[in-house]
Design a binder for this molecule. Structure first.
Ligand code: GDP
Ligand code: IMO
Ligand code: MG
Length: 431
């Protein structure tokens, strides 16, 4: 099996963790390439549910190597808790099966403070609805070249030097722009020095490891967080996250070139959700939206916030497929749509009386787009125990086939539940 990137094809929470867990059985290495603990990837095994924030979703599989790439940002206190939780649940999570890029950037207490303070001060259009984990501010510092890397965290001298060179300026910003209390150097230093000691053994030159492994014939799965429409460059800016969630991020976020990646698998829900602010043309207001939220359990895996719900948007999906080179799709949560008389799919946008077939690059246009829907007949049956695509109710099969036509992407699998066995395969991943 070749090397594959798995990405969210919508606004996040598509079920990436669930699908990565499934596919990781057949790979050797699972590498996260961007984002931080803003991600919440849920994996259900039997009666047990695990939510991963930092760790690649392959960590639950025996005999695999998990990698945190240079494009990821790490909150070390949160990561240590996550590792502890996994070990307590009986999983292996040590420096033998987890490698962390020494180039990854570290989320510091002032990043969280700045994120939360900005969100609480912003009014109206300025609010992004972030997860409050410090993600925007840590990527800002990376771009501004005042970041603290994992290699600094694990070296007390380097940590002292880097922290002392950035804290004064960050404190001025906190105090004089955001009206918060400045943070104390010694408090941060001693807390983070201790994290560094605990995490030192995980440090690795991940780019060398991955490239060497690929040369030896090992198979790598690159796991994205967030989704294509939350990508910093190609998403619905400014209502995006601050990293490259798109498939291209797999290269810059690990140091593996595009020529070594064979396939991009997009994950999409059979409907759509979005957490936080920003345009969402196919959003469903009122009772139907609430019904979908309840049926799908659409509450954030990281913040517990209610997810906004909407119909499947084939215009947005085609855009995601184009900009990410999605060659196969996995559709999740089809079971959630059982019981609807009719299911809508957004097939175009109407903007000032004009019909648009393509996703607008200008957010001022996107926010005023009205969805144009096609209605597809629903089905009543509970489909969660179906084991073969041919056994699905005809209308459920029609729905899936219609999504395939509208998106122009071959569907690889359809998921009918959160646990491992509730999956139908429709095509081979690599043919
Ligand atoms: P991720 O961030 O993309 O990994 O997705 P999340 O874990 O945030 O959200 C997906 C949610 O849907 C989780 O609670 C999963 O357990 C659940 N889930 C995944 N696939 C299915 C499915 O096919 N059917 C149902 N009912 N739930 C699913
Ligand atoms: P997974 O990997 C859904 C959203 C936030 C907010 C915006 C910016 O589980 O799919 P940030 O804290 O990143 O600065 O917030 O991005 N967001 C997500 N939405 N799933 C996620 O991750 C998300 N990570 C960030 O709600 O709108
Ligand atoms: Mg999630």
């Amino acid at each position: 099996m070749p090397n594959i990137v798995v990405i969210g094809a919508q606004w996040g929470d598509e079920g990436k963790g669930r699908i990565v867990d499934l596919i990781s059985e057949n790979v050797d290495i699972i590498a996260r390439y961007q984002g931080g603990n803003n991600a919440g990837h849920t994996i259900v095994i039997g009666k047990e549910k695990v939510v991963l924030h930092h760790l690649p979703s392959g960590i639950l599989r025996d005999g695999k190597i998990s990698v945190i790439g240079n494009g990821v940002v790490i909150d070390p206190g949160v990561l240590l808790e996550e590792l502890k939780g996994l070990r307590a649940a009986g999983y292996r999570a040590d420096s033998g099966n987890l490698k962390i890029s020494d180039r990854a950037h570290v989320i510091m207490p002032y990043h969280r403070e700045i994120d939360i303070a900005r969100e609480s001060l912003s009014r109206g259009n300025g609010k992004i609805g972030t997860t409050g984990r410090g993600i925007g501010p840590v990527y800002e510092d990376k771009a501004a070249r005042r970041g603290i890397k994992f290699s600094d965290l694990i070296d007390p001298e380097s940590l002292r030097e880097r922290l002392s060179s950035v804290l004064e300026e960050r404190n001025m910003y906190l105090e004089h722009v955001l009206g918060r209390k400045p943070l104390k150097f010694e408090d941060i230093f001693s807390e983070y020095e201790a994290y560094g000691k605990e995490l030192k053994d995980f440090s690795c030159d991940v780019s060398s490891l991955l490239n060497r492994s690929i040369s030896e014939g090992k198979r790598v799965l690159f796991e994205g967080a967030q989704g294509a429409l939350l990508d910093i460059d190609l998403g619905t800016y400014p209502f995006v996250t601050s990293s490259s969630a798109s498939s291209g991020g797999a290269c810059t976020g690990t140091g593996v070139s595009p020529t070594r990646i064979d396939l991009v698998l997009g994950i999409a829900k059979a409907y759509a959700t979005r957490v936080g602010e920003g345009p969402f043309p196919s959003e469903i207001e009122g009772e139907t939206g609430e019904r979908l939220r309840k049926a799908g359990g659409e509450y954030g895996a990281t913040t517990g916030r209610s997810r906004r719900c909407g119909w499947f948007d084939s215009v947005a999906l085609r855009y995601a497929a184009m900009t990410n080179g999605i060659s196969r799709l996995a559709i999740t949560k089809l079971d959630v749509l059982s019981g609807f008389d009719a299911i809508k799919v957004c097939v175009g946008y109407r903007y000032r009386g004009k019909l648009l077939g393509e996703f607008p690059s200008n957010i001022n246009i996107l926010k005023d787009c009205e969805p144009v829907y096609e209605e597809i007949e629903g089905w009543k049956e509970d489909i969660s125990s179906v084991t073969d695509f041919g056994e699905l109710p005809a209308h459920a099969r029609n729905y899936i086939r219609r999504l395939e036509q509208l998106t122009g992407v071959t569907i690889y699998a359809v998921s009918l539940g959160a646990s491992r066995e509730k999956i139908l395969f429709l095509s081979d991943l690599f043919q």
